[in-house]
Design a protein around this ligand. Structure first.
Ligand code: UYC
Length: 228
């Protein structure tokens, strides 16, 4: 009933972020009236501090089939809720599009491609990174990619999330792999079929970085000055 919806709306304003996620899903589930409440709530939030609450609402509005909501999104957020800064003129809008649609597998592949673009034409050709290329990455670009992953994953995915977990296990790679679902016992998780391409994955599961050539690339990514 509308009394219930008004109730959920007022709870949404003061709840913790974890409870907000749940309330947002509940409100979206009530149909058009709920979507309008979420649209208003999104508009009233601080544009300077976009986080996974904004991302969640955007994703739910995007997946609705209401033409009014689609018009609003197209005008207010033509690219999504995250502003896409790059110091190298790289266009991250397709990464945002894929993450907003929760196509985490395609977003993962494209994110690796964007890192290669950041490293330059040789890396684009090679399709993988030399660890020596990573020092020159601008912090802004890594932060943009990290914000995209976090905002569209309820805060679960992103390089800075992986960094935090890695620091939490005393920078021990053998302890990191099972924690983020990249290894089970002695067995590496196989690409792509054995990875979990949705939010049931463990925290830090994505984005992937292939360990075939050793840990130096991921080590450079997780120790980059971007994470200050
Ligand atoms: N793969 O196992 N991986 C590939 C991962 C390893 C291997 C791509 C991650 C272990 C081969 C991505 C893990 C290993 C290829 C990832 C993982 C291995 C490949 C596509 C858990 C064997 C074919 C992008 C740590 C024991 C390509 C790319 C090639 C691909 C990711 C094998 C994203 C996180 C040690 C043979 N694996 N990878 O880099 O290079 O090609 O031959 O990490």
């Amino acid at each position: 009933t509308s009394a219930n919806l008004a109730d959920l709306e007022s709870q949404l304003k003061t709840a913790s972020e974890k409870n907000q996620l749940q309330l947002i899903e509940q409100i979206a589930g009530t149909g058009e009236a709920g979507l309008i409440i979420l649209k208003q709530f999104l508009q009233e939030r601080q544009p300077g501090s976009v986080n996974f609450i904004d991302g969640k609402i955007y994703q739910l509005l995007l997946s609705s089939d209401s033409p009014g909501i689609a018009d609003f999104l197209g005008t207010a957020y033509p690219n999504g809720v995250v502003s896409l800064q790059s110091l190298r003129g790289i266009d991250y809008s397709q990464v945002q599009e894929l993450l907003a649609k929760q196509d985490y597998q395609a977003a993962d592949r494209l994110s690796m491609q964007k890192l290669c673009e950041l490293a330059g034409p040789k890396a684009v050709e090679r399709k993988w990174l030399y660890f020596t290329e990573i020092d020159k990455f601008p912090p802004e670009d890594l932060q943009t990619l990290d914000r995209l992953w976090q905002v569209y994953s309820e805060g679960k995915f992103g390089l800075s999330v992986q960094r935090e977990i890695w620091l939490g296990v005393g920078k021990n790679w053998d302890k990191l792999w099972p924690k983020i679902g990249w290894k089970s016992g002695n067995t590496w998780t196989r690409y792509p079929g054995e990875f979990t391409w949705n939010l049931t994955a463990p925290r830090g599961h994505l984005p992937l970085s292939n360990q075939l050539r050793g840990v130096r690339v991921i080590e450079k990514l997780l120790t980059h000055p971007a994470w200050g």
